[in-house]
Design a protein. Structure first.
Length: 256
């Protein structure tokens, strides 16, 4: 990121998305950065955002021990949306009051960590009185993110404490919000959608894909150079023109 502009600097083609594969990608990237004497700032306490995929999270913790692993705000909201749908409550999303209460649950990420327990208990009491429909989502967040719970060993019948899968240090975004720091992976997701739009064929061959990456890197390098020179307004016009040209090309092909 430079001057509030974010640019992709590495491309990875992966056949699988398990922890071992993510670790290989991270080790290769960090190795190349050390060879080039590029400081790996994320290993010095910087934030590293991912979605909620456990393989990627565990690989990042292993390969980047100094990084502050965080979950993207957008994906946290997506978790709530999927939970509501899987609970059979999708029809309630048309209810403005229910949607507001869902947003209240999501907003726990903006509460200071030391006040989360108090705020979370207050929210439960409020939902019990005002909208029990939203309690299903509250319980999901409570189990996976806030407090965890207890599980029973089927063999012995003993109850044991289960910590949340995603500790609050990973999803609390109070500090990032106060300091106006990035809170999502939206810039990376946006570029990924942009790259997908380049291919009219959803399954290009290797040669087509590599040629597209070469052209894309030329475009990215141009944008970086313009940003370094301070041509911010020109950069936005260049990006808009490129996006418009690509959209016209896609529409033209679709009409043939």
């Amino acid at each position: 990121m430079r001057q509030k502009q974010t640019f992709p600097m590495a491309f990875a083609l992966m056949q699988r998305r398990d922890r071992k594969d993510y670790e290989e990608v991270q080790e290769h990237l960090t190795g190349r950065m050390r060879e080039m004497n590029v400081p790996i700032k994320v290993m010095q306490g910087g934030n590293l955002y991912t979605d909620m995929e456990q393989a990627a999270i565990q690989a990042n913790k292993c390969c980047l021990p100094g990084a502050n692993c965080k979950i993207c705000l957008f994906h946290l909201g997506q978790m709530s949306q999927e939970t509501v749908t899987s609970n059979g409550d999708k029809a309630f999303l048309k209810d403005a009051t229910f949607k507001h209460h869902i947003r209240m649950a999501n907003s726990i990420v903006f509460v200071p960590e030391e006040k989360i327990d108090e705020a979370w208990a207050e929210l439960k009491t409020f939902l019990e009185q005002e909208d029990e429909r939203a309690l299903k989502l509250w319980k999901h967040w409570d189990w996976y993110c806030v407090r965890g719970g207890y599980a029973v060993n089927n063999a012995t019948g003993e109850r044991h404490r289960v910590e949340p899968r995603f500790p609050r240090s990973m999803w609390s975004l109070y500090r990032e919000t106060v300091l106006s720091l990035p809170r999502t992976t939206n810039s990376a997701e946006s570029w990924h959608r942009r790259l997908e739009s380049i291919f009219l064929n959803p399954h290009p061959n290797v040669d087509q894909f590599i040629q597209a990456l070469i052209k894309e890197w030329t475009y990215i390098k141009t944008c970086i150079d313009m940003t370094v020179r301070g041509d911010g307004s020109k950069l936005k016009k260049t990006m808009s023109a490129a996006d418009e040209k690509r959209e016209l090309r896609i529409k033209d092909t679709a009409l043939r």
